[in-house]
Write a protein that binds this ligand. Structure first.
Ligand SMILES: [Zn+2]
Length: 461
């Protein structure tokens, strides 16, 4: 009996190898993939990004911060490079410098580079990000500029190395589930407050892209989750990638030699639950890594065919801004952030004679073959966008937020009646004159469908 089982096992193993061998020659043989990673932990104590309440710079690290890149090339030479990072967000300025240099050095068009940030609140401030949020000592401005210049160099080099690493690869896609994402907009008689709302919308999907050699060895694992990367709150002063960083470490430990890239989804109205303890960040990371592993070992669909990319800026309209007199009144507000914001807006009014009417939000679409679509939107995008786009777009759809420029929250139309932090208060920290107008959602969705059409994608009927 034992001998029989042993033979059966061998037979099954051989059969499986045969199938993978056949698939390698038949399916996805046209794609190449390249992977690279770089440590981006600041060597000096640069101020940490994301919480206004911090009063001290960083003190050491829990683990290294990383930026990682996956380059993909099809048979016709169409390329795309996805960069992920343990950062709060790229800015227009930083993304612009990186993509200009990548155009010059590697001949990559803007639509061929996707820059996603994990939105860890345990990473460094980069230049021109959330300017209104921090009370920075003078020496920090120089440190932040110095760090940002180094970061730019490292990411350009990272993109180059991922392209040099291009080799035949097979790609496959599946979706898992992790449960710790919890809506944080709690309705109360006084309006929406920050809290834990089990009845609120949430998208707990864990999209996973597996990149392997033609022989089936895992080289790269791209995974996503739509939840603020904020298990660790403002009192934590050590650099880390928060739950996403712990998840990437766990995935890489399971697959030695492979690179794990985390893509932040549309979870701007969602927090990890529970939070505010280091062991919880590790636990959430483990849970996410297990969800990834279930897809890596489980049923997936092959991703193959032509790579198509498109990029554009959607002009998000602001609501009517307060008058000069209103801003002047705010100069005596009890909140230092409101006072400072009012001062900056008055200075801007005096300098330019007006305030901005809109903000250019990057939107990007990557399609591989006929069935796989990655939509990537700038800003802190709320859950409604990913739920809506997954319904509206045909085929397998992955929706990322926090891509190319994290310039503000991007609320959905229905939230404007509700109000709350994501709609209103956060705009002060992001240095905008006023909330976006409720047309924002329509502007973004229309632009994405236009890009989808350009890349050969279809609306679901
Ligand atoms: Zn955020």
């Amino acid at each position: 009996m034992k001998r029989f089982l042993y033979l059966l096992l061998i037979t099954i193993t051989i059969t499986r190898l045969d199938i993978s061998g056949q698939e390698a020659s038949r399916k996805g043989a046209g794609l190449k993939a390249g992977l690279a990673a770089v440590v981006i932990t600041p060597s000096k104590p640069v101020w940490m990004a994301g919480y206004a309440a911090r009063t001290k710079p960083a003190a050491g690290k829990l683990h290294d911060l990383k930026a990682k890149a996956l380059a993909i090339e099809d048979e016709e030479g169409n390329r795309v490079v996805l960069v992920t990072s343990d950062l709060l967000g790229f800015t227009q300025d930083l993304a612009g410098s990186i993509t200009d240099r990548a155009a010059r050095d590697f001949n990559l068009r803007r639509d061929q580079i996707i820059l996603n940030a994990s939105h860890t609140h345990s990473g460094p401030v980069v230049r021109q990000s959330l300017i209104g949020a921090y009370d920075l000592p003078a020496d920090q401005v120089a440190l932040i500029n110095e760090y940002s210049a180094e970061l730019e160099d490292r990411i350009v080099d990272l993109i180059g190395r991922s392209l040099k690493d291009l080799a035949p690869a097979r790609l496959s896609y599946g979706v898992g589930l992790a449960g710790f994402a919890m809506n944080r907009r709690l309705p109360t008689p006084k309006g929406i407050v920050g809290g834990v709302n089990p009845d609120g919308v949430v998208d707990r999907d864990v999209p996973v892209l597996r990149v392997e050699t033609p022989a089936g060895k895992v080289r790269g694992i791209v995974f996503g989750y739509a939840c603020h990367n904020t298990t660790l709150t403002g009192e934590f002063l050590q650099y880390s990638g928060d739950y996403a960083g712990f998840a990437a470490l766990a995935v890489e430990a399971e697959h030695p030699g492979a690179t794990a890239l985390f893509v932040a989804g549309c979870g701007a109205d969602v927090n990890p639950s529970p939070r505010s303890r280091l062991d919880l960040a590790e636990d959430h990371g483990q849970e996410l890594a297990q969800a990834v592993e279930s897809v890596i070992q489980g049923k997936r669909t092959t991703v193959e065919g032509t790579i198509r990319t498109a990029y554009d800026l959607a002009a998000l309209p602001f609501a009517t801004p307060p008058s000069q007199a209103d801003y002047e009144k705010r100069l005596t507000d009890q909140s230092v952030f409101v006072r400072r914001h009012a001062r900056r807006m008055l200075d801007r009014l005096e300098r330019n004679g007006r305030l901005e009417a809109e903000y250019p939000c990057p939107v990007q679409v990557l399609r591989i073959g006929n069935d796989f679509t990655l939509v990537a939107i700038g800003g802190e995008v709320v859950t409604d966008y990913s739920l809506r786009l997954k319904k509206e777009i045909d085929g397998r759809v992955w929706v990322a937020g926090y891509t190319n420029d994290v310039f503000a929250y991007v609320p959905s139309a229905r939230m404007y009646d509700e109000g709350g932090y994501e709609v209103n208060e956060s705009m002060i920290y992001y240095d905008h004159p006023v909330a976006f107008s409720p047309e924002t959602e329509g502007v973004i969705i229309r632009r994405i469908h236009a890009l989808l059409k350009m890349t050969g994608g279809k609306r679901r009927q």
